[in-house]
Design a binder for this molecule. Structure first.
Ligand SMILES: [Mg+2]
Length: 171
């Protein structure tokens, strides 16, 4: 079973690197629209630098990834701005141990992630609120993705994510 990990919102706190004033302009509410999400992305683009990306803190779910990496290759599936790829790869190597191998995939559009996991019959751990199909997505719970329907699972803690990964392996 191939499990793919999104980076931002799952492993890394990218928006936490922004000045507080800018963070306040990001719409992370339950009622977030595609448009306001997109505007948030523009703000990130404006303020982030390779240096700040490299300095971004990890999120608690990274512990589940480390646990999973004990006996699995870690597959990363992320939609990143071109300029962010290099510092992001560095960030991954700084924060994770890939004893069992690593497979880093960058895609151009969010929907490309869904095409890839469908093709691979894999699962994706992600926080993005606007995919068309969530049947192979393990949603990391945030207010902004509570309107998602049809997800494979929704997790609210590291323990829950570990349990879901174990059950996904059996499918
Ligand atoms: Mg994300």
């Amino acid at each position: 079973m191939k499990i793919y990990w999104d980076i931002d919102g799952v492993l890394r706190d990218l928006s936490g690197t922004l000045p507080k004033k800018v963070q306040g302009q990001l719409d992370y509410s339950e009622n977030v629209s595609k448009e306001s999400w997109h505007n948030g992305g523009k703000l990130l683009k404006k303020y982030l630098t390779p240096r700040s990306i490299l300095k971004a803190k990890s999120l608690p779910y990274i512990k589940a990834a480390k646990y999973f990496a004990f006996d699995h290759p870690l597959r990363i599936l992320s939609c990143q701005n071109k300029k962010w790829i290099e510092p992001t790869v560095k960030w991954l190597y700084n924060h994770l141990d890939f004893a069992n191998g690593i497979d880093i995939n960058f895609v151009k559009a969010n929907e490309d992630k869904i095409s890839l996991i469908e093709k691979e019959k894999g699962f994706l751990i992600d926080d993005y609120p606007f995919f068309k199909d969530y049947s192979r997505v393990i949603v990391v719970d945030y207010a902004y993705n509570r309107k998602v329907v049809g997800e494979f699972a929704r997790v609210k803690s590291i323990g829950q994510l570990k349990r879901v990964l174990i059950s996904a392996e059996k499918t």
